[in-house]
Design a binder for this molecule. Structure first.
Ligand code: 4AD
Ligand code: MG
Length: 480
């Protein structure tokens, strides 16, 4: 009997090859009545039931069928009489591949809180919730590549270590090999980065955009999909210090083309996940319904997960300018009743997530694209409008999430770009290579960044971003 061959549970659950001999390898979820083993091999959130002939099985072997143990089971695939499953396995051979001490294994066949599971993130993959979340995450990543590939975009790998600060935000992680306790110093006492590994001060990238623009100016349409790092001390349910971002950049696109591409991308990948992960999303929908039962009525979502996702696919995203949004917010009930933490008093205010969520969830009740933000709250590279106050920026706001996409048409006019950099004290010397694209064959172009975990958060209906990335990095959190 071949034992290294196995059939995945997902395949068997759909099989009707009754009478055939099959081998399943996986981990015990539960063992009931000294007879029924629920085996999960990760291929689906559903378990397969294996039935042991306990009267003819060594008792010490049965004792080792504990939650978490890895086993191999060979037997006959039969039609199941039990409810909730179509097939099961009548066990002929049973082998324990790896024991799991029931006293010590932290995952018990009961409901654990997400907070607890976060502490044992190395084991939480073995729960249904995280199986479903990471299947959806995979499906979304795959669909993103498929979407761009179908449209002839080139996937660029932009550097992780960089000497530039794309956003000018200055919240970066330094990369150095200098002796931390005794760094070399220049005559005026500053740390001498000339002696550092790269001969200059370097950081982990906050965005691949600037390098992406260089490539777009040759390939036309490109995208990046990689890790980005932000040292902002934001301890929220929507911020990570290490997150993945998708950044397409397109030559000859204006802001409208850019918005359309972003909307098409979001709809495409959500649809793909709903088609390929129907079981997982159904499971996550029910999980969310359960979770929301704990909340007061007025804090529960109006739509269940599947309805919300469909709603997103079926509606055009509402497009309006920042200026129009400010008017709506100024006159909104929570602003008048001083319910917002940050009251909207005048044009120019940066929007907080409470404002974004008001627009999306209460006012328009659908995804919103805000455009033409004040230049003072946006990055230096955004194309300046003729009004002298606003830039061709766009943010896409999603229900429950707030900002999911940030992008813009880029300033392709060299003089205007240089002037803006000067105003914002960004060194034109250091970014000479970026400015070269404006010197040699400059062209209108645009792009955006989609926060991958925020997308996964939306599609899975999870509420904390730390539950949609395997090993979250956040302030004071870098375990595993
Ligand atoms: O709006 P951001 O900062 O834009 C950029 O980085 C541009 N360079 C993008 C571009 O035009 N190519 O970030 C883009 C998106 C946000 O909309 C959000 O979804 C996500 O990245 N994001 C984060 N996600 C998780 N944790 C954080 N700390 C995030 N910061 C931004
Ligand atoms: Mg942004």
């Amino acid at each position: 009997m071949e034992t290294s061959k196995r059939t995945k549970v997902k395949e068997l659950l759909d099989s009707t090859a009754f009478g055939s001999t099959v081998t399943v390898k996986g981990w015990v979820r539960t063992f009931r009545n000294n007879q029924f083993i629920a085996i999960n091999d990760g291929s689906t959130i559903n378990n397969i039931q294996a039935v042991v002939d306990f009267e003819n099985t060594d008792e010490t072997l049965l004792k080792r069928l504990t939650t978490g143990a890895a086993i191999s089971v060979t037997g006959e695939l039969i039609e199941s009489l039990g409810k909730g499953q179509k097939v099961e396995i009548k066990v002929k051979e049973l082998e324990i591949l790896g024991d799991s001490d029931a006293e010590k294994f932290p995952l018990q066949p009961k409901k654990h809180s997400l907070e607890f599971l976060r502490e044992i993130a190395h084991l939480r993959f073995r729960t249904n919730t995280f199986n479903a979340v990471f299947k959806v995450r995979h499906a979304l990543a795959f669909a993103i590549h498929q979407f761009f590939n179908e449209r002839g975009f080139v996937y660029m790998h932009t550097p992780i270590i960089t000497a530039s600060d794309a956003e000018g935000a200055g919240e970066m992680f330094r990369v150095t090999t200098l002796d931390f306790d005794n760094p070399p110093r220049t005559e005026d006492g500053k740390v001498d980065f000339k002696q550092d590994f790269f001969g200059k001060s370097t950081n982990l990238t906050v965005s691949g955009q600037l390098e992406g623009e260089l490539a777009a100016m040759a390939f036309g349409d490109i995208y990046t999909f990689g890790p980005t790092f932000r040292a902002e001390n934001s301890n929220t349910t929507r911020h990570l210090a290490e997150f993945w971002m998708i950044e397409p950049e397109m030559a000859f696109y204006d802001l409208n083309d850019n918005m359309q591409l972003a909307e098409d991308l979001l709809k495409y990948v959500i649809k793909h996940a709903m088609t390929t992960c129907a079981d997982e999303i159904e499971f996550l929908k029910n999980r969310l319904l359960e979770e929301e039962k704990q909340k007061p009525q007025d804090e529960r979502s109006e739509l269940d997960l599947v309805t919300k996702l469909n709603f997103c696919l079926e509606n055009n995203f509402e497009r309006l300018t920042y200026t129009e949004a400010i008017e709506i917010l100024k006159n909104s009930t929570p602003n008048k009743k001083k319910k917002f933490k940050y009251l909207i008093e005048s044009w120019g205010a940066d929007l907080q997530s409470e404002h974004e969520r008001y627009l999306v969830e209460k006012h328009f009740k659908k995804p919103v694209i805000l455009t033409d933000y004040p230049k003072d709250i946006k990055a230096f590279y955004m194309r300046q409008n003729d009004d002298g106050k606003t830039v061709r920026a766009m943010d896409i706001l999603f229900p429950g999430i707030g900002e999911i996409v940030g992008g813009s048409q880029r300033e392709e006019r060299l003089e205007l770009l240089e002037k803006r950099m000067q105003e914002m004290e960004i060194s034109a010397e250091e970014l000479y290579w970026y400015l070269d694209t404006r010197r040699f064959g400059t062209a209108p172009h645009a792009g955006f960044g989609l926060g991958f975990e925020r997308l996964v958060l939306f599609v899975t209906g999870m509420t904390n971003i730390r539950d949609v990335i395997a090993f979250p990095r956040a302030p004071k959190t870098a375990e595993f």
